[in-house]
Design a protein around this ligand. Structure first.
Ligand SMILES: [Zn+2]
Length: 362
């Protein structure tokens, strides 16, 4: 098969592409694929899978015939095996979803998933690096907070759908082998200055009291309240170091149901909670850049650790991070990066987070 092509300098021909096998909310079995960049040291895209679990990834045919015979082959079936297609032969068509099994985990156990042309031993036309992670457990304690006025009257409870929000957090982190165990929800009742509101002015206001209410050690405490202050704050995250910086009694995360006209829906709150957990695991915003110089590239906007959840509109294809939209604004993605791209100081986030979880406390 010949390909007539003029090449001056370098030209890259992408026969096949790997990507997340669904659009919209994160899912336990549908990991995002770190397909940023194609240069050394990590030439191929990378995906993570937790040992003992299955993951589905999508193989797209680009510059190759939709009927070309292709086979997917694991370089080490003892670590990661192909479940579907059972015989490894890729179905015809513009794309096919490949189901993998994490057979044996490490930190990580890495295999090459090879796409071979013509037969299972034919030439390799694409590679996906699959990292199979041993399970690292993190415990989270949700608090559903009812805030009454000073006399105990007029209590207003958060209406957050805690179970659904927690399932988003679990789905986002599973692909780094980080397995969230969710404690039973603690119901807290507090008397503050205004029903339903935890005041944060002057800082820390009532935040300090909240973070010392029924706080459960050896877990990440997440407090759901109706509102934080009177402004536009939808959430706070205080990791252990930042709780010391701000002279707070404990680390913890606070999420509000609403701020002004903004309603923190499940996908938004779940993504925010997973992002704040990332800060607990020593992750920072992409390349440590803060507004007004936050990164605006599509890689960064797809990352869980991007500065903003609802994202500035570009009015072009960059507005699709693959996770849907809210109110016309692109949702932040949920990619926790595997690659270590030299120009991005904060990269290789899965490794950083897993190391921080082992080192603890966070
Ligand atoms: Zn942040």
């Amino acid at each position: 098969m010949g390909i007539p092509l003029s090449v001056y300098g370098e030209r890259r021909v992408v026969l096949l592409r790997w990507r997340r096998a669904r659009h919209g909310d994160p899912h336990l079995n549908y990991p995002d694929v770190d397909n940023r960049a194609t240069r050394a040291p990590e030439l191929a895209p990378v995906v993570g899978i937790q040992a003992g679990e299955e993951a589905v990834v999508r193989l797209e045919r680009r510059a190759i015939d939709p009927n070309a015979e292709l086979h997917v082959v694991s370089s080490d079936k003892g670590k990661v095996d192909v479940v579907l297609p059972a015989d490894g032969k890729v179905p015809s068509g513009p794309h096919a979803d490949i189901r993998l099994s994490g057979v044996s985990g490490g930190n990580p156990n890495e295999v090459k998933l090879e796409v071979r042309f013509g037969s299972a031993t034919g030439p390799i036309v694409s590679i996906l690096i699959v990292r199979c992670f041993s399970r690292r457990r993190v415990v989270m304690t949700p608090h559903l907070v009812t805030i009454a006025g000073p006399t105990g009257a007029g209590g207003i409870a958060s209406t957050a759908n805690v179970a659904a929000i927690m399932s988003h957090v679990r789905a986002i982190w599973r692909h780094c082998g980080v397995d969230f165990t969710i404690n039973a929800t603690v119901n807290d009742t507090l008397n503050f200055a205004s029903p339903g509101v935890v005041s944060d002015t002057p800082f820390p206001g009532e935040v300090a009291t909240l973070l010392s209410t029924n706080w459960v050690p050896n877990s990440i405490n997440a407090y759901f309240v109706q509102r934080i202050g009177a402004g536009g704050t939808l959430g706070y995250g205080f990791s252990r170091p930042s709780s010391v910086t701000f002279a707070l009694p404990n680390p913890g995360i606070i999420l509000a149901d609403r701020a002004g006209p903004a309603v923190h829906d499940t996908a938004w709150a779940g993504n925010d909670l997973a992002h704040e957990a990332g800060h607990f695991f020593q992750l920072w915003h992409p390349n440590n850049q803060q507004p007004p110089t936050e990164r605006e590239d599509t890689w960064s906007r797809r990352m869980l650790m991007h500065n903003f959840n609802t994202q500035p509109i570009m009015s072009n294809w960059k507005d699709d991070n693959g996770y849907g939209a809210i109110g016309g604004s692109a949702r932040r993605g949920a990619l926790v990066t595997h690659k270590d791209i030299p120009a991005i100081a904060t990269d290789r986030e899965c490794t950083t987070a897993r190391n921080a979880i082992v080192a603890g406390p966070y």
